[in-house]
Design a protein around this ligand. Structure first.
Ligand code: ES4
Ligand code: ZN
Length: 326
């Protein structure tokens, strides 16, 4: 079995992390006070008790509500910096975090405020903590494709700050096809593409993300286990899956971690990676996710090392940078 000290020292990338999902209740209260906002919760304990989810939507309802405390450039800086400190603790050397501009622009926050706060922290993280990064702009799939196009227009002045685009929020009923045109435009703009698919949604959504959105990675993708053909395709085409163990158990994709298929997929030759998704809501950062696999699935040192290497391989870092890590 792998130890925490062993996994901490493995160089790792985190490729599936929503910055808004790293908002800890303590910081949420601090920002609410700083911005003169009344929260619907009386204490940090009360907040944590509310984080008892039954599925993805029950989480998203609370997640979007919590994000309302984020108002100023400094708020987005503080949020991102707090996450970077956890990365340093966990031995993370590279991150490709998500942010959801629509969650903020729909509340009247300027996208420049959001991007500036996040990128200033990422720059400090690079200089002071030696953590490299590539930011990913996610479109909310419960909103329309026109809304996504409008968001891309708002983001136009900041495109050089993004390595790619993603697709998140309520999966079932919002298939990848809905965003075919905007993803095609993003490809023309030279952006990489990823999409949440096969978290709660069917294998057909993984297929749509690959064939219609032309994504380089699948976020979650665990429901590929429903299809032998899809597992074979993901292995053969070397499509990385950014798997989030604690997220999957907290959102009841699996009732217990012992049922999680990540190591089975690893042994079948898929490029699976470990990620925290929304650590402030799901009970832990990257190292905690790795340790959950040790505790419930008896993950070996060799498996942990392969998962860590996969995360670097699956990243959008340069081949030169990867050669230095691997
Ligand atoms: C998310 Cl776990 C998950 N799935 C889809 N969208 C999301 N946004 C934040 N966390
Ligand atoms: Zn996610």
């Amino acid at each position: 079995k792998a130890s925490e000290a062993f996994i901490r020292m493995l160089p790792k990338a985190e490729l599936h992390l929503h910055l808004e999902g790293s908002l800890e209740p303590e910081l949420m209260f601090r920002l609410a006070e700083r911005n003169g906002i009344q929260l619907p919760y009386g204490s940090v304990d009360e907040v944590r008790k509310a984080y008892d989810f039954t599925n993805l939507q029950s989480f998203l309802d609370i997640y979007y509500q919590c994000a309302d405390v984020l108002r100023t450039e400094q708020d987005f800086y503080d949020l991102t910096w707090a996450y970077l400190e956890h990365c340093q603790q966990d031995g993370v050397v590279h991150i490709e975090p998500f942010f959801d501009p629509q969650t903020h622009t729909d509340r009247g926050i300027d996208i420049g405020t959001v991007v500036s706060g996040i990128t200033r922290a990422l720059r400090d993280g690079n200089e002071q903590l030696d953590i490299s990064s590539g930011l990913i702009l996610c479109f909310l799939r419960h909103l329309s494709e026109d809304d996504a196009f409008a968001t891309l227009d708002l983001a136009q002045p900041y495109l050089q700050h993004f390595v790619g685009v993603g697709l998140d929020s309520s999966e079932v009923g919002n298939p990848p096809e809905k965003f075919a045109r905007v993803f095609s435009r993003c490809k023309e703009l030279g952006l990489k593409r990823v999409a949440h698919a096969g978290e709660e949604g069917p294998v057909a959504y993984i297929e749509g993300a690959l064939d219609i959105l032309d994504v380089q990675r699948i976020d979650h993708g665990v429901r590929c286990t429903d299809s032998e053909a899809m597992m074979a395709r993901l292995a053969h085409e070397n499509i990385p899956l950014t798997v989030c163990p604690l997220s999957n158990t907290r959102l009841k994709v699996y009732q217990h971690m012992s049922e999680h298929p990540i190591l089975t997929l690893l042994e079948r030759g898929l490029c699976v990676t470990v990620n925290a998704d929304d650590p402030a809501f799901f009970g832990g950062y990257l190292l905690t996710n790795y340790m959950a696999l040790v505790d419930s699935l008896d993950m070996s040192r060799e498996q942990a090392a392969r998962l860590a290497a996969n995360s670097l391989t699956a990243s959008f870092a340069s081949e030169e940078q990867k050669a230095l890590w691997l």
